[in-house]
Design a protein around this ligand. Structure first.
Ligand SMILES: [Zn+2]
Ligand SMILES: [Zn+2]
Length: 260
């Protein structure tokens, strides 16, 4: 039986280029080598039509990203395989702009996520820990925000060609006592059906272990993916070099238990 997940590949790391992570691309590569990874996939943030400050994604920096990425691929040839991908946030109001931006570069991997909620003329960050931001989202209505988030992902999976869906249930991850209701659970089932029919993988994101003691998404969602035969990709979502491959040693057993 094939392994449930390949933990020699870290499929999701960031760098200082996104403005909210630290460390040079090469430092992430070096950490990957130290951890004994076979492959490291940079998955830098891309957004379209989002009004949010300070900017937490790349624009022109993608030019440097590819230049430096190509240099590192040469330098580390035979030591570690380096891939240059993108984590594209979904914005239902800017789909064609997003598709245009995605068409600009030859990504090795496209991850799909949704980080922002529209609020008047600007956006709120669904993954932020900032109290003010959490209060504004609560004022809109936590259930509504969660519901909009899953609807956005369901729509996104139909219109964005992607390889993997990232940290599926990380919405409002910093909101105390966050819980999904029956409607949200039905949305997640619909989303999993969409993921399967598009041949997309589900990311097992080990940043969740740091936040809440278990990876994103929750065990029942992973079970739903396994039942549907959806492939699983490991991702650390490193925002500091030392986070590359974090907790990957725990994944095989954790996932095995979910399959039984
Ligand atoms: Zn980030
Ligand atoms: Zn990420």
């Amino acid at each position: 039986m094939p392994a449930l997940i390949d933990v020699t590949i870290d499929g999701h790391v960031h760098t200082r280029l996104c403005n909210h992570a630290s460390g040079e691309m090469e430092e992430y590569v070096q950490q990957g080598v130290q951890r004994g990874l076979a492959t490291i996939v940079f998955l830098e943030h891309l957004e379209a039509g989002i009004h949010y400050h300070p900017r937490s994604w790349l624009e022109d920096e993608f030019v440097y990203y590819f230049e430096e990425g190509r240099r590192l691929q040469q330098r580390y040839r035979g030591i570690i395989d380096i891939r240059l991908g993108v984590e594209t946030g979904y914005n239902p109001a800017a789909v064609s702009l997003l598709q245009e931006k995605l068409a600009l570069y030859p990504w090795d991997r496209i991850g799909l996520s949704c980080h922002f909620h529209r609020h008047g003329e600007s956006h709120l960050n669904l993954l932020s820990r900032r109290r003010e931001s959490l209060e504004q989202l609560a004022a809109i209505g936590v259930n509504q925000v969660i519901s909009d988030y899953f609807n956005a992902l369901i729509e996104a999976i139909g219109v964005i060609d992607c390889d993997v869906i990232c940290h599926l249930d990380a919405v409002l991850r910093h909101y105390p006592g966050i819980e999904f209701n029956e409607d949200h659970r039905r949305q997640i089932e619909t989303l999993l059906d969409g993921i399967r029919s598009k041949g997309v993988a589900l990311e097992i994101n080990t940043s969740g272990i740091a936040y809440r003691g278990s990876p994103f998404p929750a065990p029942w969602i992973i079970k739903g993916a396994l039942q549907r035969g959806i492939p699983l990709f490991a991702g650390s979502d490193a925002h500091q070099p030392e986070e590359v491959g974090r907790y990957f040693d725990r994944l095989p057993e954790y996932l095995q238990d979910l399959q039984d």
